[in-house]
Design a protein around this ligand. Sequence first.
Ligand SMILES: *[C@@H]1O[C@H](CO)[C@@H](O)[C@H](O)[C@H]1NC(C)=O
Length: 404
Amino acid sequence: MAYTIPITIVIFLNLILISKAARNLNPIGNQDESSLVSQVGICSLLIETQGYMCEEHKVTTKDGYILSLQHIPGGRDGTKADKPPVLLQHGVLMDGGTWVLNSRDESLGFILADGGFDVWIANTRGTNFSRGHTSLSPSDPAYWEWSWDELVAYDLPASIRFVHDQTGQNLHYIGHSLGTLIAFSAFSKDQTLNMLRSAVLLSPIAYLGQMSSTLARAGADAFLGETMYWLGVHEFAPRGEAVAGLLSVICMNPGSDCSDLMTSFTGPNCCVDSSMTDRFLEHEPQSTSTKNMIHLAQMIRTGTITMYDYGNANDNERHYGQATPPVYDMGSIPKDFPMYLSYGGADELSDVQDVKTLLESVKDHDQDKLVVQYKEDYAHADFVFAVNAKEVVYDPVMTFFNMH
Ligand SMILES: *[C@@H]1O[C@H](CO)[C@@H](O)[C@H](O)[C@H]1NC(C)=O
């Protein structure tokens, strides 16, 4: 694309100026992070304020990351859950707040709790309330040395196992966006399935080759993540200076309308209330690793779903024992595992063509174990924030759970 080269140069200069400052910048303030977590959390900020009981939990992954989970053990009227546990897994640049940002009658976390389900909310490493580690600090570059491969290998199994062990039951899983990518990848290797009853995949992502979001594609084509990484910015902090600088440059590109960032990134959401924007900006977006953004950009450029590509045969050989990164084979997802996929015609991150590629690769799935829902006017954020998502998606999802 014609604008790629000049944009890369401008960004490069821009980044040199800001990367040094950004590296030393703690995007969420200078307080001691670990001591605050016990007092302030998603429970106290977003759940108890709506009249629900809520418990904060911690789980440590096999590679040392300390993740927070919230547990809503019952409905707003104080009744205890009498249905199986459900684990909610947010997408990239988001955290568990995703599920409880709307009103009680619109947020999936509350709707499930009021529907009798035992609700558990996961928070990926690097997000505001999952920044602990047994030996590393988020200011260490090594803390950020991971992509979604590590979420598949460590975070996802740790959170699922934790809920399984706490409740003594197999659980239902609900993922949005990256929360579907890591699930599909784990399922394709037959991981975690022995602890799950079923999975609901909202804005399903396995392939990104047709992705139409101009912002995300411009970033991938210009190798922005790689440039940031090379300059030593290992935390991709959307509230930090480095990303703000990047956005201001991408937004100079005539193809990117940045007057409404959520729309230019996710697509035109039909049904997200405008009052959501303020609540959204108060709690999201959240940090991820620059390496994770590079991995996603690789998927956008190649259209494949593989492990992180180290960029040359030698380094791949060293990590994987082969010259190219191993493929996650979507066709290997066990055919009898109950799945509910819901995708939208206006979603620019989970593009319709990419979802069709995914559906093609699971076409031999047992027909009575696969529900596919298409909502023509839904874009990426509608699946978690739409005012009508209860009728459109969540009620059918609960019916699906009751059958499995
Ligand atoms: C991040 O966590 C701190 C407490 O550690 C809290 O005060 C703040 O509101 C949180 N910010 C976001 C964006 O969640």
